[in-house]
Design a protein around this ligand. Structure first.
Ligand code: PLP
Length: 385
């Protein structure tokens, strides 16, 4: 039996994980800046998350959200401190793409309009709705026709926002583009986007599945002082447990009816316990402040790499960091893995780091030294050609 995986095989068998590290079957330790596509942002197996899940398993593991549970009550209480401003309601799902699907459905229902606007180099997921607003043609084309109409505008281009008119149900944006190459939005772009969508009656969806919790604010849109109409979250919010969410305000909730959406697993007691525990960690351990601090440290330590011949740019926000190369980043990422650091690719040219907030200065130094070696490998490939 073979597992069908559409990710490139990394040839590494992991037997244990704790905090910012994983170990292979030979006992070798790796600094994990991949953390399962950014999921283990609180560190692998955070003790408070593990304890909450174990306790929850002893109580009840599965139940429809049609019933009340202690887990649900505690999650809602903890989310009070975490929810985006003005968003009194949350719907729980299981993956980022499902959260995006719901936000698109809600936008159509609430506005009575059909069209969506997204941005070049966006990534919002792989199910049909989310895929329709994802930029990469290679991901989309074999599955067309997808949702229509969708228009892609250039990211961070304020003038292009003029194309948003009264036919648009929603504009969906990542405050920092993740898969597309770790590209933070500019302040002017996000502020103008908020003004234009408001004046045209289009909803603004902030897709924070990747940016949530790790950029030095709880939500990355807070960097720009704009309040979106809906926020999608995923990856980090379950502390390693698969769970996602859509946050929305009362005025939107009032226009939704029974049957508009549903999910078998969404908001199950284990997910609720994981979210509650993760929110407690966020508050009690100063996670957001540490992400800000270590993110700045990481960027500072990486910045000398700008001098390397094949490096175009080093950029990021909080603990979401990318090195844009002039070449394919694959060989660099491979060398880094051989040297004990796990990173990810983003776009076609970017080495991406999604470090857990528990990384130390020593980890950062090790990561930078290793990245230097990785870049040397990538450079030698260029010279050989
Ligand atoms: C990862 C990601 C998704 C999709 O999340 P899945 O859990 O893989 O479905 C959606 N939007 C953004 C911005 C993401 O980074």
């Amino acid at each position: 039996m073979r597992l069908l995986s559409f990710y490139q095989e990394r040839s590494l068998r992991v037997v244990r994980a704790q905090g910012q590290y994983v170990w292979d079957e030979h006992g070798r330790r790796y600094l994990d800046l991949h953390i399962g596509h950014g999921v283990a942002f609180l560190g692998h197996r955070h003790p408070k998350v593990v304890e909450a899940l174990k306790n929850q398993m002893d109580e009840i593991m599965t139940l429809s959200t049609a019933f009340q549970t202690r887990a649900r009550e505690e999650m809602l209480k903890e989310l009070e401190n975490v929810r985006p401003e003005g968003m009194e309601n949350v719907f729980l799902l299981n993956s980022g793409t499902e959260a995006v699907e719901l936000s698109l459905k809600v936008a159509r229902k609430v506005t009575g309009r059909r069209k969506f606007v997204a941005f070049r180099n966006s990534f919002h997921g792989r199910t049909v709705g989310a895929l329709s607003v994802t930029w990469n043609r290679k991901y989309r084309e074999p599955f067309e026709p997808l949702l229509e109409p969708v228009e892609f505008l250039p990211f961070n281009n304020v003038d292009a926002l003029k194309a948003i008119d009264e036919t648009v149900a929603a504009v969906i944006v990542e405050p920092v583009q993740g898969e597309g190459g770790v590209v933070p939005a500019t302040d002017e772009f996000m502020k103008t986007l908020r003004e234009v969508t408001r004046s045209k009656g289009a909803l603004l969806i902030a897709d924070e599945v990747q940016t949530g919790w790790r950029t030095g604010k709880i939500w990355a849109h807070q960097h720009f002082n704009v309040n979106p109409d809906m926020v999608t979250a995923g990856k980090a919010i379950g502390g390693g447990f698969p769970v996602s969410a859509v946050f929305l305000p009362d005025w939107i909730r009032e226009r939704l009816d029974e049957g508009d959406h549903g999910t078998t697993y969404g908001g199950n007691p284990l997910a609720a316990a994981a979210v509650a525990a993760s929110c407690r960690v966020l508050k009690e351990e100063g996670v957001v402040e540490k992400a800000e601090l270590m993110g700045r440290e990481f960027l500072r330590a990486l910045s000398p790499l700008k001098e390397r011949r094949i490096v175009r740019e080093v950029r990021g926000l909080g603990l979401m960091v990318g090195i844009d190369l002039k070449v394919n980043p694959g060989p660099a990422i491979k060398t880094m893995q051989d040297e004990g650091v796990l990173a990810l690719k983003a776009g076609t040219t970017v080495v991406r780091f999604l470090p857990p907030y528990v990384i130390t200065k020593e980890d950062v130094e090790f990561a930078v030294a290793t990245t230097n070696k990785g870049i040397s490998t990538a450079e030698s490939k260029v010279s050989a050609n």
